[in-house]
Design a protein around this ligand. Structure first.
Ligand code: PLP
Length: 378
């Protein structure tokens, strides 16, 4: 195993372990201060190791998007929210096959999705907690009026194997700088209050109101009624999060370690991190292009092929040397993590540990009959 960064084959995602610890501790302190429950989204790290740290620091459970994430996280957690519409027979079957020790919660937004969920839960001999997902501005999924949310909640209540657990929303549309989020959060608070009121008047006061993202993470206590938050990106942070002001540049814990592989083109230094390492994610806030050099934030990766990245040096004093290693802060860290099998944990220049991105991919549960009659994974 490599001992120093210089020995690592690049491109490779590396995590500054001190920064990771700071990020985890800071969120744990924030929720404690404001009396909120933390149910972090695992889609950023996809790692039971980090999930276990989050739980040790007080998280009440974990949030997953895919069933593969839920299966992997069931190794370390017995309270999982699948914050994704429970639609499709294969998804339901897999949901019900989660280990018995797991308390399963799902977010649902449509009464039409609940019959199949109710039957699956009954057949699976489990009680499924349902959070009614509401659309508070993201316009992706979610009931679009309090009356529609109430209809979902009432349908849940009618199903013997389902239990109404509360409301869920995702404020992913809030991308303004942290200092400019007040009017958006006020609006969100007012809209949410209408949902809570209508449900409460009908005798279905939501026990849990689950919201949260990383850009709005530090102001979630301003939204009346929220009991639980689900940030994911905060563990590693990224260029977008720093631009939004939800973290400092020095809080970016994960970078892609890359090597300068060519300096022949005048004024350029090509690196070995392209789209297959950084993704082609746009910066979702003010700014441009695909990632920036940690030590030289003015050097921005402006062009990419699959295995090549070309930093724009026009605003930077950095002059790349052939063979030099650089750390790239990606625009969207979750996409980077998803592209690698393993993360390297470092302190300074020393490689200290490594861990698998255990829940990456989807690890299909599909099986086909093989010629020998035995099922095989496809
Ligand atoms: C439903 C849901 N909850 C929570 C999160 C976490 O948000 P963030 O990545 O901003 O931390 C996401 C992110 O995609 C999400 O889709």
């Amino acid at each position: 195993m490599a001992t120093y960064l210089e020995q690592l084959e690049t491109p490779v995602p590396i995590v500054d372990l001190d920064r990771l610890t700071t990020n985890l501790d800071r969120m744990a302190a924030y929720v404690t201060l404001h009396g909120l429950q933390l149910r972090p989204h695992v889609k950023t790290h996809k790692s039971p190791r980090i999930a276990a740290d989050q739980l040790r620091l007080g998280a009440v459970g974990l949030t997953c998007a895919t069933l593969h994430e839920a299966e992997v996280m069931s190794e370390v957690c017995d309270d999982l929210l699948v914050a994704y519409p429970p639609v499709g027979a294969a998804r339901l079957e897999r949901l019900m096959r989660l280990p018995d020790h797991v308390r399963v919660r799902v977010a649902a937004d449509d009464p039409a999705s609940l019959d199949a969920l109710g039957v699956a839960a009954k057949l699976g001999r489990r009680i499924v907690d349902v959070l009614v997902e509401v659309d508070l501005g993201m316009h992706r999924v979610g009931a679009t009026s309090p009356a529609k949310a109430l209809a979902v909640a009432q349908q849940v209540e009618r199903a013997s194997a389902l239990r109404f657990a509360g409301l869920q929303f995702y404020p992913g549309h809030i991308r303004a700088h942290v200092n400019e989020q007040a009017p958006l959060l006020r609006q969100l608070s007012q809209d949410l209050a209408q949902y809570i009121d209508v449900l409460s008047d009908a005798g279905l006061a939501p026990p849990t109101v689950s919201g949260g993202s990383t850009p709005a993470a530090w102001r979630m206590h301003e939204i009346a009624g929220v009991t639980e938050v689900r940030p994911g990106t905060y563990v590693y942070n990224d260029r977008t999060t720093a631009q939004i002001g939800a973290c400092d540049w020095d809080d970016c814990a994960l970078t892609v370690l890359a090597t300068v592989i060519s300096t022949t083109v005048k004024g350029q230094g090509g690196i070995d991190a392209g789209t297959k390492a950084l993704g082609r994610e746009p910066l979702r806030a003010e700014g441009e292009r695909y990632g920036a050099v940690l030590e030289h934030p003015d050097a921005v990766v402006s062009r990419m092929s699959e295995e090549h990245g070309i930093p724009d040096l026009s605003k930077s004093s950095w002059r790349p040397r052939l063979g030099e290693q650089v750390r790239i802060v990606p625009n969207h860290v979750c996409i980077v993590v998803h592209q690698f099998d393993e993360i390297i944990g470092v302190r300074g220049h020393a490689v200290e540990t490594r861990w698998p991105v255990a829940a990456r991919g989807r690890a299909s549960n599909q099986t086909l009959e093989s010629p020998a009659g035995r099922p095989r994974a496809v």
